[in-house]
Design a protein around this ligand. Sequence first.
Ligand SMILES: [Cu+2]
Length: 286
Amino acid sequence: MRAVRISLAPVAIVAAILVAGCGSSGSGVQGVTIGAAKTFALAGFQPGGQIVAGRPTTVSFTVRQPDGKPLTAYKTGGGPHTGVHLIIVRNDLAYIIHHHPPIGPDGLLRDTVTFPAPGPYRVLVDVYPNIPGGQPNFQLLQNITVAGAYHPRPLPAFKADQVIDGYHFSMVAGAPQLKAIQAAFVNINVTDPQGHKVTFVPWYGALAHAIFFHSGSLDYFHTHVCGAGAPNCTSVLGATRVSGSSTAPGKLTLGILLPVPGTWELFLQTMLGGRVLTVPYTLKVG
Ligand SMILES: [Cu+2]
């Protein structure tokens, strides 16, 4: 396919102001441009050249602190809320990439990403800094374009039962009734290709990750299901806190907490059979 130059949109220096906890970039945040010297920002984002679909691409950047120096102190330890979460979606939410790249020397983040198809993508960097008394996390954004013809896809209809790689995911009560800012829980039963209840294992500090993007605005939220006693698992939106649980093999209880109404895509991610499986659910939030 023909390569076109990547476009680096000015949204790069838009920082997110932060809702505490696992955090969302809620509506109203993305248009706020803040002087580069006064807040956190992505610095040195690469690639600055063309991106070709299907080809491993090095993505790298640092998080610049308000004083201009790269951030090098990140939260560590158990649970999912550590380091940097690199989450990339195509704007139509047809694809998601979720990595936790290691923090390199001088705070350099570097990862290899293979973009699956052409089109515009949102790169969301969810940062968990180790700043005593500071905010637990915040998000920084970068828009990029992968060369070639973009054929946006409509979101799939909600499906309570889905089979991914032979594993069966069943949202027990069907489509949940959701309201903005109100925490809700859904139960999902998971069986392996032989019909047995699966055993969940931690991946990036959690048994399951629930990543939510708002269709259109690309607002973001993220909740987790953690093992018993795992630290750093609760997500916070304003005054509301939510975390999921898994009380029996094959059973996930997901916490859902979304800042605004509309259509949201939930990407449920869990590692089964040595692979990360992604299960998409299209949710309506009133
Ligand atoms: Cu996660």
